[in-house]
Design a binder for this molecule. Structure first.
Ligand code: C2E
Ligand code: CA
Ligand code: CA
Ligand code: CA
Length: 278
């Protein structure tokens, strides 16, 4: 009987080892990549479509593997968020922005720098401490920073999230609601969270022009933003005609492949010098 039990135990142990090992190895690899500084910022310009100058940029994370391959966030972000690695990765990203574009932001005090946060960042005040300690002695001022939070996934503790946002806003940081029109929040989010900027999702921008209801939705978002004193940014602009439509609708800020893709730092700085910031 003892031999039988030992055998069973061995079987279970082997089973556990096999199912657990690959995940843990993948995780060790991921942690090593974080330590090696493989997660880096790309910068996508945000344009002023009235003047043609640059208003700032959105920081978008990339995984630059040792072989030079550039991996987009769709392939690692969910894993990073689920395992809590995103907190350290976001800190590193913010530190890199100071090193890489600090001088550009010092020279252009009206330029904004948008950082993406995820829902988990709004469950813990530590993100406010991170932003404070990283940016307070840098060339990028709090007034130049925008944090983006997506409407795509729910914020569990709205009350705490609102407090954390208010603490950021007290520093001078602005809060943008990302992917507006796609998710959970809608009007309730805008009202409860007191965001400063809304970003209209690409889905609506794709359809303006050939779809009357999308045009109406964008139009009412613009009106809402105006009435609530919020800024508005159109995302995913790919064609000249969309820029025309947005101008007609009174949108003044836009980003998208039409202007520039997310760029590595040297190309971004080149773009800024060529186009000029506001
Ligand atoms: P997002 O915040 O909505 O970012 C916009 C995405 O649209 C980016 O994809 C950008 O490259 C892409 N995009 C911009 N203009 C155009 C366009 O004209 N056409 C098309 N087709 N796409 C355009 P990306 O860089 O792959 O990022 C995907 C998502 O990953 C982001 O969506 C964001 O939710 C997340 N993400 C990226 N960086 C970070 C980060 O540092 N932290 C967190 N928490 N999430 C991040
Ligand atoms: Ca974003
Ligand atoms: Ca977005
Ligand atoms: Ca989007």
């Amino acid at each position: 009987a003892t031999a039988c039990a030992a055998f069973a135990l061995l079987f279970v142990a082997i089973g556990v080892w096999f199912s657990w090992r690959p995940e843990s190895e993948a995780n060790d690899e991921f942690i090593a990549a974080i330590r090696n500084g493989e997660f880096i910022p790309y910068y996508q310009p945000v344009m002023d479509i009235e003047t043609g100058s640059m208003r700032g940029c959105e920081v978008l994370m990339r995984w630059r593997r040792p072989n030079g391959e550039i991996v987009p966030p769709g392939q690692f972000m969910e894993y990073a968020e689920r395992n809590g690695h995103i907190f350290e990765m976001t800190r590193q990203l913010m530190v890199q922005t100071c090193d890489e574009v600090g001088q550009l932001y010092l020279d252009n005090p009206d330029m904004k720098l948008s950082i993406n946060l995820f829902a988990g960042h709004f469950r813990n005040r530590e993100v406010v401490t991170d932003i404070t300690s990283i940016y307070e002695n840098s060339n990028i001022s709090f007034q130049q920073i925008v944090v983006e939070v997506t409407e795509r996934y729910p914020l569990e503790d709205m009350e705490l999230a609102r407090k954390i946002m208010a603490e950021m806003q007290a520093l001078g940081v602005r809060v943008a609601l990302d992917d507006v029109g796609t998710g959970h929040g809608g009007m309730a989010y805008l009202q409860k969270l007191g965001v400063d900027i809304i970003k209209i999702d690409k889905m609506f921008i794709d359809a303006i022009g050939d779809d009357a209801s999308s045009t109406t939705i964008v139009d009412s978002m613009v009106e809402l933003a105006d009435n609530l004193g919020m800024g508005i940014i159109a995302e995913g602009v790919e064609h000249e005609e969309q820029v025309e439509r947005l101008r007609e609708l009174g949108v003044t800020a836009a980003q998208g492949y039409f202007f520039a893709r997310p760029l590595p730092v040297d190309q971004f700085i080149e773009f800024a010098e060529r186009i000029g910031a506001e």
